[in-house]
Design a protein around this ligand. Structure first.
Ligand SMILES: Cc1cc2nc3c(=O)[nH]c(=O)nc-3n(C[C@H](O)[C@H](O)[C@H](O)COP(=O)(O)O)c2cc1C
Length: 447
């Protein structure tokens, strides 16, 4: 289902507390404990909802070092956090990241299924396999799963979770007090899954929600990552660099989805957006320069190294050529590191230039609200994105985006002025998935 014939821009808000970069935390208006203060999240989720955003997005990864960026060092866990947001908001979607490498499908099915009920049909799960090799030591393993294995496991993991979510047909509970019938036993289904990575009998002790099942998001840019996304994802958190890079990813992902028999409109491609906004273009350019200057090269090298398993780039000459680290790119953020290596070679970048480009974690969107809106539209019209997920940290930046950029997008008819639905599936124009045990078409609910 789409909202009429016109394609609608989607907007998400990554509530990133004191920032996934190394500069935002120093903003005087940002509380130093934002990443662990539930009131900060509630306030910003409500602001995003008032601006009619589709969803809030909580990133998560199970490994840190002393040099990790401020938000990652000290933050709340996604599911408990999102449960609090579920009862503090009423429309906005609630998407959380959970890794398939260090979890069990039965737990994940319960957690996101519960969030979907608590929020009355607004939950989404961002499926990641985790690029940080150090995570293995937090979960009793000597080594991180190998990249290909991670994706193989992730595919089976999601299949099991979705199977568990269908444990009950929609009319399984007559709750007939007079007759004494709580459950119609014929409508409860065990999964009895026995696969390569998981054995899960089921059933799950939870019915489906108003949106049938939580929405599946995914993040991963390698070939294996794209194949998984094309098969399972209804939204992707796209790790893209330039407009051309995003166009390539967009076309490729949708083509892969079509070859799997899927409707390409049922996967929203959503790059991260980390803009620098000011009243005028000149002010924004100056601000961008100043904010980049606040982050010394050492921090940029750490951010660059994170994708390579926290490789220490300080050991190489800064103004020498980007070092040969291709042997390090295989099992971490593989797709991302391969791009860094390729672009650095193609453009003949020095290590310093590569760190400035890939370590800053900012998107190239710099300018007045008008310029940012134009750039968003260029990516949307140019099929480089179906929408964006905005990093929310500095209060002033978020206010400018909500109060100045969003109204321009609304005036152009690109973005909603009012919510038309109550569920995340509704916002994203996604159909309610059919319960696999209940194949009669008239029983598949339509919003
Ligand atoms: C844009 C983007 C966001 C990601 N976010 C997370 C995250 O929040 N937590 C996590 O553990 N892994 C995250 N990952 C890591 C992926 O799940 C994956 O393990 C890693 O990138 C390697 O896959 P790839 O080579 O397909 O990109 C992210 C990857 C990308 C590209």
């Amino acid at each position: 289902m789409t909202h009429g014939s016109q394609r609608q821009l989607k907007l998400g808000a990554i509530l990133a507390g004191v920032g996934t970069d190394h500069a935002s935390w120093r903003d005087p208006a940002l509380p130093g404990d934002a990443s662990i203060d539930i009131n900060w999240y509630i306030e910003n989720a409500r602001l995003a909802e008032a601006a009619k955003f589709d969803l809030v997005f909580i990133v998560d990864s199970p490994f840190i070092t002393p040099d990790t960026a401020p938000h990652f060092l000290n933050r709340l866990e996604p599911l408990t956090l999102l449960s609090a947001l579920a009862v503090s908001t009423s429309k906005i979607g609630l998407v959380g990241t959970l890794t398939t490498s260090y979890w069990e499908p039965y737990n994940v099915a319960r957690q996101f299924g519960s969030l979907d009920h608590i929020s009355k049909g607004r939950a989404g799960w961002n499926v990641v396999t985790t690029g940080l090799e150090g995570a293995s030591k937090n979960y009793g393993r000597d080594d991180h799963f190998e990249h290909g294995k991670r994706y193989e496991r992730a595919g089976e993991f999601v299949d099991v979770v979705q199977g568990l979510w269908d444990s009950y047909e929609d009319d399984a509970f007559p709750r007939d007090k007079a007759a004494g019938t709580f459950l119609d036993k014929s409508k409860q289904h065990a999964l009895n899954h026995r696969g390569k990575h998981f054995s899960v009998a089921g059933p799950l002790a939870l019915t489906r929600s108003p949106q049938g099942q939580p929405v599946i998001f995914q993040a991963g840019v390698s070939g294996a990552g794209r194949d998984l996304g094309a098969r399972i994802a209804e939204g992707v958190f796209a790790g893209v660099d330039t407009f051309e890079d995003a166009q390539e990813y967009y076309a490729d992902l949708k083509a892969r989805a079509v070859s799997q028999g899927r409707d390409p409109d049922h996967i929203s491609v959503l790059p991260g957006l980390f803009p620098t906004i000011a009243e005028t273009d000149e002010e924004a350019q100056a601000l961008d320069k100043a904010q980049r200057g606040e982050v010394g090269i050492d921090k940029l090298l750490v951010q660059l190294g994170r994708a390579f398993g926290y490789h220490d780039f300080k050991q190489y000459p800064l103004d020498g050529p980007f070092p040969d680290v291709s042997n390090l790119s295989l099992n971490a953020y593989k797709g991302h590191t391969e791009r860094i290596i390729r672009v650095s070679r193609e453009l003949n970048l020095s290590l310093r230039q590569a760190a400035e480009r890939f370590g800053a974690w900012r998107s190239g969107f710099v300018g007045s609200p008008q310029t940012i809106a134009d750039e968003i539209q260029r990516w949307f019209d140019g099929r480089a994105a179906d929408g964006f997920i905005l990093h929310v940290t500095r209060p002033g930046d978020f206010a400018l985006f909500r109060e100045k950029v969003v109204p321009i997008l609304q005036a152009r008819g690109l973005f909603r002025a009012e919510y038309e639905h109550d569920t995340l599936r509704g916002h994203l124009g996604l159909p309610i998935p059919e319960n696999r045990w209940n194949v009669a078409p008239e029983k598949v609910a339509a919003e």
